[in-house]
Design a protein around this ligand. Structure first.
Ligand code: ASP
Length: 345
């Protein structure tokens, strides 16, 4: 029989990475039951992600990026770091990857800019921070967390948020840093179809947003933290803000449940998706998986909203629910079982 320590090492070996020297070292403290209770789930966006549109190379690149983000966050949890630090680590790695619609690789606005939104919430004290419409913040999730820890506010936007970032020594970059040719081309396509008043096929239109990132973790103190980061939707205008920086829509955490969302933000805001799922868990005592399926497959779908959520409860039960063809997603559960998936299976 596998002990929890062996199981943990086996799961890490299955990831093909040796990053956990302190745990593997026999001088380090043994993995206790308390330590095995950690769990982490992440996403890199939902949409019409079809195998027929994917090359083996692209698929591998996404899976590798998810794996890197997952392992780095898990490393923190297993070394008794906080769920907040773990999700910040995982999200920062995805923000730094050009593959995702967050940080580097974010989609473009109608005016050809990158305008970034992020939020974070910690379940034990219901503390939360969010930023919207920033253009120079390398890792928006880190600024959102500063709003949570170092201000009396929950949400800051635009220039004010950037000024706050300066005071908090949060890294700022030239807006050119966020440029990727692929996202630029998507904007040009969107502008053309706007001009022709043409409606793009669903899988092409989805290319204009998907790639929002998020993470939810449970740490050894039983604290849940959830966070989400995005560039929003291609061709957005008039300072449009989606659900990702809105607590209760794109991100929510309490002492029982934590969720991060991705999808068509307008619907997620109106359905208060992440709060609604946690409310079903709290008031109806539903399992997090049943609660999420109800909101994503029944309520949201009936409204016409596409997307998905990842989350976990205070027992570390992992949830990944989406009503789209795919969602980039990965998790490590309390037994150390690793999942990395893209399509609907
Ligand atoms: N929810 C994001 C937004 O509407 C986009 C996405 O998750 O794909 O801004």
């Amino acid at each position: 029989m596998l002990t929890s320590n062996n199981k943990f090492v086996a799961s890490i070996l299955s990831l093909g990475l040796i990053v956990l020297a302190p745990i593997a070292n026999s001088d380090s403290p043994a993995v206790t039951d308390k330590q095995t209770k950690v769990a982490l789930v992440i996403h890199g966006g939902a949409g019409t992600i079809l195998k027929k549109n994917m090359t083996a190379e692209k698929e591998k690149a996404y899976k590798d990026a998810l794996k890197e983000a997952l392992v780095a966050g898990y490393h923190i949890l297993i070394n008794q770091g906080s769920s907040t630090e773990a999700i910040k680590k995982s999200i920062t790695i995805m923000e730094n990857s050009p593959l995702f619609n967050a940080g580097k690789g974010a989609v473009f606005t109608h005016e050809g800019k990158n305008s970034l939104d992020a939020s974070i919430m910690v379940g034990n004290d219901l503390s939360a921070g969010a930023i919207a419409g920033v253009e120079t913040i390398k890792n928006p999730i880190l600024l959102a967390d500063k709003v949570r820890t170092d201000s009396v506010h929950v949400m800051m936007s635009g220039q004010g948020a950037e000024e706050f970032a300066k005071k908090q020594n949060i890294e700022q970059v030239d807006p050119k840093y966020f440029f990727t040719q692929r996202r630029w081309d998507s904007l040009q396509k969107a502008l053309k179809s706007d001009a022709k008043q043409a409606v793009l096929p669903k899988d092409e239109a989805d290319n204009f947003k998907f790639g929002t990132v998020g993470a939810v973790a449970l740490d050894t103190n039983g604290v849940i933290a959830a966070g989400t980061s995005t560039g929003g939707m291609t061709n957005k205008r008039y300072g449009r803000i989606g659900d990702s920086p809105i607590i209760g829509a794109g991100t929510y955490a309490n002492d029982q449940c934590g969720i991060s969302a991705t999808g068509h933000g307008e619907y997620f805001i109106r359905a208060a998706v992440t709060y609604d799922i946690c409310a079903l868990v709290a008031y109806k005592e539903m399992s997090i998986n049943d609660a999420a399926d109800k909101v994503i497959h029944d309520k949201l779908k009936a409204m016409g909203g596409d997307g998905g959520v990842v989350g976990l409860d205070n027992q570390g039960n992992i949830m990944m629910s989406f009503n789209t063809a795919g969602m980039y997603r990965a998790s490590i559960d309390t037994d150390g079982n690793v999942t990395i998936k893209i399509y609907n299976n």
